[in-house]
Design a protein around this ligand. Structure first.
Ligand SMILES: [Cu+2]
Length: 197
């Protein structure tokens, strides 16, 4: 229900559904954050100079789930003619909230520590949610509309792969699996989540 802000309603032609419990047409999940949870600590990576963009469009965060590296710039923009108030709610990073009126400059922020996941809300629109995974390595991905993900460039070794989804009746779910990767080897790691009861 977006009725409290007519500007938000205007951008949608029909009903809008909660993104957290979305399921793909092939019964897989989008917006699962998959990442190397352990095993890559000995490698040091500089954050990319390219920012990660978080847009607010139709009073929804796009993307709904994103990964970013420690020290990489998060570039927050708005495509809406209404005021948003972006409010990440971390446990291990600094908490802040900033208003962004229509036409305001992008907001640039960085995260100093690893954290999976940081929920983001909007203090103006209670339905708005995004989730940010912050890592020291570039080894993460978010599943798309076919439920797949790809993590490339992992050096040979033994790793713990973590997976997080908001799907789960408001609680979210996490899983992990072990995998060994050899040189130039490709491995498949599938996760199966339960439907919320
Ligand atoms: Cu908002």
């Amino acid at each position: 229900m977006m009725d409290q802000d007519p500007v938000c309603v205007q951008k949608h032609n029909g009903p809008v559904f909660a993104e957290d419990d979305e399921v793909n047409s092939n019964n897989t999940l989008p917006n699962v954050f998959v990442y190397v949870k352990a095993g890559a600590e000995k490698y040091v990576f500089a954050p990319p100079s390219d920012p990660v963009t978080l847009d607010q469009d139709g009073c929804m965060y796009k993307p709904h789930v994103l990964g970013i590296m420690v020290g990489q710039t998060l570039n927050i923009v708005s495509s809406d003619p209404t005021t948003h108030n972006i409010h990440p709610m971390p446990k291990d990073n600094r908490e802040w909230n900033m208003s962004q009126p229509p036409g305001a400059a992008p907001i640039e922020q960085k995260f100093a520590r690893e954290e999976v996941m940081i929920p983001v809300k909007c203090n103006q629109h209670p339905w708005m949610r995004a989730y940010i995974g912050v890592l020291k390595t570039p080894f993460y991905a978010v599943t798309g509309s076919d439920g797949t993900y790809t993590i490339k460039g992992l050096p040979p070794g033994d790793y713990t792969i973590g997976a997080w989804t908001a799907n789960g009746g408001g609680q979210g779910q996490t899983q992990e699996q072990q995998v060994s990767v050899g040189a130039k080897e490709t491995k498949t790691v599938d996760f199966t989540f339960k439907a919320p009861s």
